[in-house]
Ligand binder design. Structure first.
Ligand code: SF4
Ligand code: ZN
Ligand code: ZN
Length: 310
């Protein structure tokens, strides 16, 4: 199909952005990704001049793109790339190499935080002890904490991660299916409540489609990891992703409409309990935080397995 000229500059276009009705050439498409990201940051006061920003960089297309954009446009801020090493042999090594290479090209400091050092277990090692939990459940609990620890230890005011609109909508639908109305009220996909010692957790890509981030990373010629994790579950999240993509195909722009509707659930007044875990001291809704509970559970399963072996 012959595309019309670029709506913005009249040059030959390469992409029809159905949700806005625009034809875009490569240059205008790249500029539009910068514009949407920078507008999200500005409108939601994600990053202030001079603040130290830790960026979670897995080595995938989204996080590499985020690091690039922040390093390019936030010269008045110290940007530090942090990669979480889950301890997944044959998978994580490549992501670490890519993150480290990209950080060095951008002149950004790169630090690695490993589950093994922080929590005594790698994701490979929990396979025999995870019981009722999936690898991704444990990994998600550990990752949030690992990034919080990194941001705190590195003295950052901001922790930026590369969640895109598709990630955000999938999370909303999961909250809906779980009937988690409390979380719906406290979930702000732009800036998360700073429970972890005042660190602002921001998602500058929350209004960008996953598909367009992939196109952006390819057009910019970034090196990024494409191999998927061997423990990746094809659970309800991927079914919701397919469902939303089908809807978007037939009704361009519906993802934006859904995002705007869901965001109305957010209530600034919603109070988060100001409690702390009695063991590790991190913010927690209960006496023991989820990380400590998970480690206890893994330890107890390991203990049982050791006893059976003897
Ligand atoms: Fe962790 Fe699951 Fe992601 Fe693998 S797919 S890195 S186990 S969250
Ligand atoms: Zn153009
Ligand atoms: Zn704890």
């Amino acid at each position: 199909m012959q595309l019309k000229p670029c709506t913005k500059c009249g040059r030959p276009s390469f992409y029809y952005r159905a949700y806005s009705g625009e034809y875009l050439c490569k240059g205008c498409f790249v500029t539009s990704i910068y514009d949407i990201t920078l507008e999200s940051i500005r409108k939601n006061e994600m990053i202030k001049y001079g603040e130290k920003v830790v960026v979670g960089v897995s080595g995938g297309k989204d996080s590499v793109s985020l690091l690039y954009i922040l390093a390019k446009f936030f010269k008045g801020n110290e940007i530090i790339a942090v990669t979480v090493d889950e301890g997944i042999r044959g998978y994580r090594e490549e992501g670490i190499d890519i993150a480290s290479k990209v950080a060095s090209q951008l002149n950004v400091k790169h630090v690695i935080y490993s589950y093994k050092n922080l929590f005594s277990y790698t994701i490979d090692e929990i396979q025999d002890y995870k019981g009722k939990y999936s690898s991704c459940t444990v990994c998600g609990i550990f990752r949030r904490r690992a990034l919080d620890i990194a941001a705190r230890e590195l003295g950052a005011q901001v922790l930026a991660t590369a969640h895109n609109i598709d990630d955000v909508l999938q999370s909303y639908f999961i909250l809906l299916t779980n009937g988690d109305t409390e979380r719906l009220k406290s979930f702000n996909p732009a800036v998360e409540r700073s429970e972890a010692f005042g660190i602002r957790k921001v998602h500058p890509f929350f209004r960008i489609y996953e598909k367009e981030l992939a196109m952006f990373a390819m057009l910019k010629g970034f090196d990024f990891q494409t191999v998927t994790c061997p423990y990746m579950q094809q659970g309800i999240r991927s079914e919701i992703r397919d469902f939303l993509n089908k809807l978007e195909e037939r009704h361009p722009g519906i993802k934006y409409q859904l995002l705007d509707t869901f965001m109305q659930f957010y209530s600034k007044e919603h109070k988060v309990e100001g409690q702390y875990c009695k063991r590790c001291g991190w913010p927690s809704k209960n006496e023991l935080c989820q990380v400590c509970k998970t480690i206890d559970y893994l330890n107890s399963n390991r203990h049982k397995a050791d006893e059976q072996r003897q």
